[in-house]
Design a binder for this molecule. Structure first.
Ligand code: SAH
Ligand code: SF4
Length: 392
């Protein structure tokens, strides 16, 4: 178990700050809700479509650039439906600008982060669903900091819209200009913020101007294994990709690595994953962070293979990104290769996750945790910008 981390956010702790509701934003509402909201401002209902077209269709977040609205209408609508939800505090990039990470300050001072990864065939953004996380997985920087609060629907959607705008502006010569994939693998447990996450997903998949028009199967919800919420997700009319963070095939170890396992055991959580696969036809991604001498033994690879054989599953091995102060490390490459070989020899498709963005602390919760670490300066980062210093 890792030792306690120093407090990284100079804002007051959540207990003192209290839970604050972010201001309402266009992206919190469906089109009907937006029409009602503009009508309540005394504006004609078609303004809802106009503003939606700017935000979701043109990826314009700044009301000043919505020039087809009269200044008076713009001001009213901006105040009521386009409040600033996310203020970039730090922007980092690597891989020639095709991997980017932004640390955001929310309206109440809470911090979250999002990461963009541009490839030849896709542009993926990894979003946060909560400020912090209450699930307490000991290898995860987010988990060590605890839960501050749930993000609102619009706080989630706005992370995606911001990066979608960056993709349009150009990420590099070989990278598409359209953002195509969203993974809920940033800070937080998405299924512990179920309603807002689902609303955000509905905005992401609704065709423009109601939403971003992304494909359902290009959205991945990663969960620690909240069984009732997985069952509920299976009953939605959405064919999302489900990622289950398993990390151990046996209850003894999973109870420690993923404390929620004390409530829902390996057999139960896997059964809910198979139900999800059966209901949606979607292959479930089983996430397994390989931790040296903790969960990387050959017998655990064999057990994992037996549990997953003949199921609609794919194993994603993640080299552990050690968190500051933790005594755990990634497995050696030879151990990783043997683990992979054994899982595959059970007939289970398995790959090792690309570790892009490591030099900008691209794993779950890392940037928020390292925000004040001076060694960040010495790691060859390209600092895209640093704003909001005065308010920190
Ligand atoms: N709470 C959700 C989603 C966010 S975490 C979940 O746990 O699934 C996204 C992924 O990053 C999870 O698979 C998580 O286990 C993994 N992760 C967290 N900390 C990590 C670390 N230090 N190194 C490698 N993977 C990590
Ligand atoms: Fe929360 Fe996921 Fe981190 Fe566990 S791994 S503490 S569920 S963010």
């Amino acid at each position: 178990m890792s030792t306690a981390l120093p407090l990284v956010d100079p804002a007051p702790p959540a207990s003192k700050r209290g839970r604050t509701t972010p201001p309402r934003h266009l992206a919190d509402l469906d089109l009907a809700g937006r029409r009602a909201a503009v009508a309540a401002l005394g504006e004609p209902e078609f303004r809802a479509g106009q503003v939606s077209h700017h935000y979701f269709g043109r990826l314009v977040r700044d009301p000043a650039r919505m020039t087809d609205l009269s200044p008076a209408s713009r001001e009213r609508i901006a105040a009521e439906l386009l409040p600033t939800l996310l203020t970039p505090v730090k922007e980092l990039s690597c891989d020639g600008g095709t991997t980017r990470k932004t640390l955001w300050r929310l309206h109440d001072g809470a911090r979250v982060e999002s990461v963009l990864m541009g490839y030849r065939d896709r542009v993926t953004v990894c979003v946060s669903s909560q400020a912090g996380c209450g699930m307490g997985c000991p290898f995860c920087a987010t988990g060590q900091a605890g839960l501050t609060r749930n993000l609102s629907t619009a706080e989630i959607v706005d992370q995606v819209v911001w990066f979608a705008g960056q993709a349009v502006d150009g990420l590099g010569p070989d990278v598409p200009s359209r953002l195509s994939h969203v993974v809920f693998m940033g800070m937080g447990e998405p299924l512990a913020n179920y309603n807002r996450v689902l609303d955000a997903v509905r905005r992401l998949v609704a065709p423009a101007p109601e939403g971003l028009g992304l494909s359902q199967r290009h959205i991945t919800v990663s969960t620690v294994g909240l069984v009732p919420a997985i069952e509920r997700l299976a009953g939605e009319d959405l064919a999302l990709t489900l990622a289950l963070s398993l990390h151990a095939p046996d209850d003894d170890l999973r109870d420690e690595l993923v404390p929620v396992n004390q409530r829902w055991k390996v057999a139960e959580v896997l059964q809910s994953a198979w139900n999800y696969a059966a209901r949606t036809g979607r292959r479930v991604s089983i996430e397994y962070a390989l931790i040296r001498d903790v969960n990387d033994q050959p017998w655990r690879a064999d057990l994992l293979g037996r549990l997953l054989a003949n199921k609609l599953a794919h194993v994603n091995l993640i080299p552990l990104n050690p968190t500051p102060g933790s005594r755990w490390d990634a497995s050696p490459k030879s151990v990783e290769r043997e683990f992979l070989r054994r899982v595959r020899s059970a007939g289970v498709p398995a790959t090792v996750r690309d570790t892009r963005g490591r030099e900008i602390d691209g794993a779950c919760g890392q940037l928020a945790a390292s925000e004040n670490r001076p060694q960040l300066e010495n790691r060859g980062l390209t600092r895209l910008g640093e704003r909001g210093k005065a308010e920190q």
